[in-house]
Unconditional design. Structure first.
Ligand code: NAD
Length: 531
């Protein structure tokens, strides 16, 4: 007996890793074990025996955890469990599902500070943005609670006497949610809340580089589900990389795949789901422009562009990547903008007051350096930035200087203008007429977000009308959407919509149900098929 105890305790020592207190305090507060490897699959039970994913802190390079991903068998099992969970969930009245979402909202809000810190730790965005991301999940839960009493169908007038047509929404079944690294909490929140309110079970495949955020969120949701007698697989988690993603996308058990990520992967995912006649919501890359007119209030426009271009170190799908300045204010605007760039506080995103954290990966630093090299090679003027930070205290992390460049040519078809580089690089051009700026705004493949700074009602009318911006989001700044409005982009951004507006309608199957209360069965359109 004594010997057995000793073996257990040796094993225990081997399995626990030394972590910085910076990391272990956050992980501990979220019940994430500090063992050598942790399970990254949840279907009512935690498991995972597939390949190991490493969660690396982008600020310090510390390995935060090793997470075991899903094997093909574990994925199949999770899908089966989710199908079973759906069969239970679909019988639960929608307002009761709303009540469960309200409890999830409370559980998230109670952990919002530490969960926001985990987003900062693992993804690299500054803490106020990390906490803001959790707040988005809380907000969309609130929205979905209300929605759970308002997911209305319609009664349609029938042309046949004694007939009524009902348009009825019913749940789809199991929804697959694949997410990107840059919003490792909120994007699942947008999907899960609406989809659960609609009566679906959900299987989440998060980014392989942010597994801890997804584990922490899944634990919070699972506790509430279990307390309410709903199987945990109503919100299953399958950590993994491309293979797990492909298997999920290819599964005929998943009628709707909601994919958030790059245009390149979205193109593959979209085709794969279409080939089996599944439904998709595609939320892909953005290449967003701000246009500043001569009558704009620069005291508002300059800080908005600063946040749009530099916030989240340029790693928002809605980051401002293109800036079109009217000739009359261009030099004043750029002077003021450069002054703000000079004030940037760079460093640990968990430290209060930091405005610029690291890029998420080393590979992203390479992408940034290559984009700057291309700009230089093609004769662009680099007004500020263009380098990797070399200070000793930043060297362990992926820190790059936010860059403002004036490319030599303004051609939206040129790769410099038409490619989404996921880093803080802002390309600037000068225009004389609003129409020219709108043409540049619309001239790229992506269509996510855009903004116009003006105080002139006629400019605004043009901008939001058929001759205006062709993007899905026409904002005050390009970044900072609210959950109440449908979020998503057009063209190569994928045409998907999530969050508010009518987005919930995608998470249901619609049936047009004709009810015949009469004592005859006439055909529509007066068709006579009598013998
Ligand atoms: P990514 O495309 O590399 O990965 C996204 C997800 O797809 C990950 O979970 C990944 O593991 C998975 N994946 C990779 N290959 C796959 C395959 N063949 N089949 C199925 N799944 C596969 O994107 P990323 O680098 O994590 O995120 C950044 C991108 O996401 C940017 O382009 C950004 O604009 C975009 N994004 C868009 C929105 C939006 O709402 N429009 C929001 C956030 C991020």
């Amino acid at each position: 007996m004594l010997l057995r105890k000793a073996i257990v305790s040796v094993r225990h020592v081997r399995c626990v890793r030394g972590l910085s207190s910076r990391a272990s305090n956050i992980l501990g507060a979220l019940d994430i074990p500090n063992s050598y490897e942790i399970p990254g699959v949840y279907d009512g039970r935690w498991k995972g025996s597939g390949e190991t994913l490493e969660s690396v802190c982008p600020t310090t390079g510390e390995v935060l955890a090793r997470v075991r991903s899903a094997t093909p068998d574990e994925l199949r099992e999770a899908l089966e469990k989710s199908k079973d969970a759906h069969i239970i969930l679909r019988k639960v009245p929608a307002p009761i599902r709303g009540e469960i979402l309200r409890q999830i909202r409370e559980a998230l809000a109670a952990k919002s500070d530490v969960l926001g810190a985990l987003v900062s730790l693992e993804m690299g965005k500054i803490k106020t943005e990390g906490v803001g991301e959790v707040q988005e999940f809380v907000d969309i839960c609130d929205y979905a609670v209300g929605l759970s009493r308002m997911m209305n169908g319609r009664v349609v007038a029938s042309e046949r006497p004694g007939h009524t047509i009902l348009e009825v929404p019913n749940p789809l079944g199991v929804v697959g949610v694949l997410t990107a690294f840059n919003f490792p909490v909120a994007v699942y929140g947008w999907n899960f809340s609406l989809s659960f309110a609609a009566g679906n079970a959900n299987v989440w495949k998060p980014s392989p580089s942010t597994p801890l955020c997804s584990i922490a969120v899944t634990k919070i949701i699972a506790q509430v589900l279990e307390k309410n007698g709903i199987p945990g697989a109503a919100s299953a988690l399958v950590s993994g990389g491309k293979d797990v993603g492909e298997a999920l996308v290819g599964s005929p058990d998943i009628p709707l795949v909601s994919f958030t990520g790059s245009e390149a992967v979205g193109r593959v995912v979209g085709k794969a789901v279409q080939s089996r006649f599944g439904k998709t919501i595609l939320e892909l890359g953005g290449n967003n422009a701000s246009i500043v007119m001569p009558d704009a209030d620069l005291s508002m426009a300059v800080p908005a562009v600063f946040f749009g271009a530099v916030g989240t170190a340029g790693q928002r799908c809605t980051s401002t990547r293109r800036l079109y300045l009217h000739r009359d204010i261009a030099s004043r605007f750029l002077d003021a903008l450069q002054k703000l760039y000079a004030l940037l506080r760079v460093g640990d995103p968990l430290v209060e007051g930091t405005l610029l954290g690291p890029l998420h990966t080393r590979a992203a630093v390479g992408t940034y350096a290559e984009a700057v090299r291309q700009l230089r090679e093609h004769g662009a003027r680099i007004l500020t930035g263009g380098q990797i930070y070399e200070q000793v205290e930043l060297r362990q992390g992926n820190f790059v200087q936010p860059t403002i460049a004036i490319p030599k040519h303004v051609d939206p078809a040129d790769a410099i203008w038409s490619t989404e580089t996921f880093a803080p690089i802002l390309n600037v051009a000068i225009f004389d007429e609003l129409e020219q700026a709108i043409a540049w705004n619309n001239g790229v493949p992506q269509g996510l977000s855009s903004s116009l700074w003006t105080q002139n009602m006629r400019n605004i009318g043009k901008w939001i009308g058929p001759e205006g911006s062709d993007t899905g989001i026409v904002n005050v700044g390009t970044s900072g959407a609210e959950i109440g409005a449908a979020f998503g982009g057009n063209k190569s951004t994928g045409w998907g919509r999530e969050s508010g507006g009518d987005a919930w309608k995608q998470y249901v199957r619609w049936s047009a149900c004709t009810i015949n209360f009469s004592d005859a069965a006439p055909l529509a359109q007066g068709v006579d098929f009598s013998t």
